[in-house]
Design a protein around this ligand. Structure first.
Ligand code: SF4
Length: 735
């Protein structure tokens, strides 16, 4: 949490007791209606309030158990994130519990890494094996030689154990492979991140601009609901995407941009808005810093200049710029989420932030609201030992604006042994072979390890390379850390078990705690059990744990969301203002205002490989869930219909994709469509599983990750751009 959000955090703490009372009354009504909370409904059903983990959005859910079996999961009406409605994946969460392919007991490798041959062992044997190896690593190289890769709230306790052991080398792909450039671009401009959930006020936007953001296919629940509300009341929608997405089908303006040229479009839009004096001059004068040199830098970026770069005709660029200005400040240029595309991503995100700044949307209704968070004191653990070495992932601050650890930096250090060796990886709930670019580099790093431990629910590809695999209970079978997030209103949500794990799976908190005990670090877990821990935090916050268990959520009072409601107009930049011109970038040797560099072209006859999401799947983790895979068994490759005709292909034909380095994909069905430009192809991420344990998903569709052998590293923050690979289509029979 940065300094500004900390201030809002403190403001809210004073109001928390009122919040608890208010929420309790509201939820009491709900409980009386027989909805959530561990009681029995009219039919003898048992209902438990918890929150979803099929993706990281953490929607509040009410699970129903009938005749001892998990029956259904619905949205919790008291939850501000889901507003009583789950997305298709959340509703299909039952399939994670009943997945016959899930991991059942701890496993220790018996053959070479990657052969996926194991023996089943007891938890004690597995944890003792891991602890012995970790002690050896610490003795030989120092505890910093262990790293943790983690995704989601479930990693909280493993992080605690690793810090207690003496290592701070902890990273998540969500930074360097996903939202990192966006957060850096916004930090440089406004002094604050966009956050997660994003602080986007979509439901109040009069004009919404989506650049490569396929909301609706990318199913972040709150955003999708707000998007539907905005579209339903006629908000103007501008969609920029090489592919005619579902969102594009609702748009007033659809701009089928040439991939990799988004920064040129952003500069041209800003040129028009500045040249025609359409920007919010009062807002810029009041809050802006360095506007004059910024405005001067835009002079040459005319729509006519942008046309050959982007393929968007100058009049459309002008018309859309004017459309945005017409609705300002309720024009939201959405910051996106997965933004590692071309290598210019932090600067492109900064340009996007600057466009919002010109429109005056930051801190304004229909733009970016000011979030707040519930005051939840941390548990008073003993101090962690101070690591003897700095974090390994970003030596000498090579990427000066990386404010979170870099997964690929840890991978580099593991391969090179520089600045110091990394000899052990703990991997929690992230399939690194699908999440990181260049699988060969990940495997090269794994070869350097003395220990690779994977904690997961399913036998993912990375689990196939592990020395020890630890089976985790699904989110429906376990407690987790409390969910306390910056959002439109403060809240705290509880995940609690709905049903028992079917085999010898254990919750992450239990695994982390037991591992600490085996390492001789039991003092770092002074609480009796997880309810003791959660209850302590609730008590310290002055909140009713029994009410939380019953209702799943406690909401605090709404705080001012916008500057004109009293939200503080403060900016955590060096100037204390919105930085149109960034002296800190200049000082670090980067462009103080964004500059456009054309994307690298692919080999002749090859198509740029683009990838994205489907509403029924999350990453590569849901394809063995029978309920979700029933909605989408495999992915297809979208190919422009004209190109398909030229290649003699039609929808349903099977091809393999061959990338610029000769890597060949699984067989994948063609989707021949006018809905994509001729210079690129598109596929949904995460398919093409090669783990033999994933019996249902094995070999279905093709893996984008396998084809991403090249990446470009963002010079500001070390993010890995992955839309820089090119493929040709090979007839499946011919190879
Ligand atoms: S967006 Fe969907 S999958 Fe994600 S937490 Fe919410 S309901 Fe679950």
């Amino acid at each position: 949490m940065n300094a500004l959000s900390r201030r809002r955090f403190l403001q809210i703490s004073a109001a928390t007791v009122v919040a608890a009372g208010t929420a309790s009354r509201a939820l009491g009504t709900l409980a009386a209606a027989g909805a959530p909370g561990g009681g029995r409904g009219a039919k003898g059903d048992r209902q438990v309030a918890t929150f979803c983990d099929i993706c990281f959005w953490k929607c509040g859910a009410i699970a129903t158990v009938r005749d001892g079996k998990l029956w259904k999961i619905e949205g919790n009406p008291a939850d501000p994130l889901c507003r009583g409605r789950l997305c298709p994946r959340g509703t299909g969460g039952i399939g994670a519990h009943s997945d016959p392919d899930r991991l059942r007991s701890p496993l220790i490798r018996t053959h070479e890494r990657g052969e996926e041959k194991w023996k089943e062992v007891t938890w004690d044997e597995a944890l003792e094996f891991i602890a012995a190896k970790m002690k050896k690593i610490a003795a030989a190289h120092g505890p910093e030689a262990m790293a943790l890769f983690s995704h989601g709230i479930g990693g909280t306790f493993l992080k605690h154990t690793l810090k207690a052991y003496g290592s701070a080398n902890i990273a998540a792909p969500s930074f360097a492979q996903c939202r990192g450039p966006r957060d850096v671009g916004f930090r440089l401009t406004f002094g604050e991140d966009v956050g997660s959930p994003e602080r986007t006020d979509i439901e109040n936007a009069q004009c919404l601009v989506l650049i490569g953001s396929h909301l609706g296919e990318n199913m972040h629940n709150t955003q999708v609901q707000e998007f539907a509300t905005a579209v339903g009341r006629g908000a103007s929608l501008i969609v920029v995407d090489p592919r005619f997405s579902v969102a594009a089908s609702k748009a007033k303006y659809y701009l089928p941009i040439k991939p990799g040229t988004d920064l040129a479009l952003l500069l041209a839009w800003m040129h028009v808005i500045v040249a025609e004096k359409l920007y919010d001059a009062d807002y810029v004068a009041k809050y802006g810093f360095g506007f004059e040199p910024f405005a001067a830098s835009l002079t040459s970026f005319t729509p006519e200049w942008a046309y050959p770069e982007t393929g968007i005709d100058p009049e459309t660029i002008r018309a859309t710029a004017r459309e945005m200005a017409r609705y300002r400040p309720a024009t939201l240029v959405h910051p996106g989420r997965h933004v590692n595309w071309n290598g210019d991503d932090a600067q492109r995100s900064r340009a996007l932030a600057l466009l919002n700044a010109l429109l005056g949307s930051w801190g304004r209704k229909g733009g970016f609201y000011s979030p707040s968070v519930m005051d939840m004191p941390d548990y008073p653990y003993p101090d962690y030992p101070k690591p003897k070495q700095p974090k390994v992932d970003n030596p000498d601050h090579k990427y000066p604006f990386a404010h979170e650890a870099l997964t690929t930096g840890i991978r580099d250090a593991t391969i090179s042994g520089q600045p110091y060796p990394i000899k052990g990886w703990l991997v929690y709930a992230t399939n690194l072979l699908h999440a990181l670019p260049n699988e060969a580099e990940t495997l090269r790093a794994i070869k350097q390890l003395d220990l690779l431990v994977v904690v997961d629910v399913i036998p993912s590809e990375i689990a196939g390379w592990a020395d020890v695999v630890l089976p985790e209970s699904t989110y429906l079978e376990r407690h987790d850390e409390l969910n306390v997030e910056l959002f439109k209103e403060p809240f705290v949500a509880l995940r609690q078990p709905v049903i028992e794990s079917p085999h010898d799976q254990k919750p992450n908190w239990w695994i982390a705690r037991k591992l600490a005990e085996h390492l001789g670090l039991a003092a770092y877990y002074p609480w009796k059990d997880i309810e003791d821990y959660l209850g302590y935090r609730m008590k310290e916050a002055g909140l009713d744990f029994a009410a939380l268990k019953k209702n799943g959520i406690i909401r605090g009072p709404r705080q001012p969301l916008y500057f004109d409601e009293g939200a503080p107009a403060e900016f955590g930049t060096p100037s204390g203002k919105i930085e149109f011109y960034s002296a800190q970038l200049e000082k670090a040797g980067f462009d103080p205002v964004p500059k456009y560099v054309p994307p690298v072209a692919g080999p002749p006859g090859a198509f740029r490989l683009l990838f994205g999401r489907a509403p029924m799947h999350s990453f590569s983790r849901t394809h063995s869930n029978r309920l979700l895979s029933g909605m989408m068994e495999e992915n297809a490759v979208w190919v422009n219909a004209g190109i398909a005709r030229r290649l003699g292909l039609k929808s349903g034909d099977r091809v393999r994709l061959k990338n610029q380095d000769g890597v060949l994909s699984n067989r994948i069905a063609v989707k021949a469509t006018e809905r994509i430009r001729p210079d690129c192809v598109y596929m949904v991420h995460g398919f093409g599983h090669t783990s033999r344990g994933l019996r249902h998903a094995f070999g279905k569709g093709a893996s984008d990750a396998q084809l991403i052998t090249r990446y470009k590293t963002d010079p500001l923050m070390g993010g890995t751009a992955m839309n820089v690979n090119f493929v040709t289509l090979e007839p499946a029979e011919a190879v």
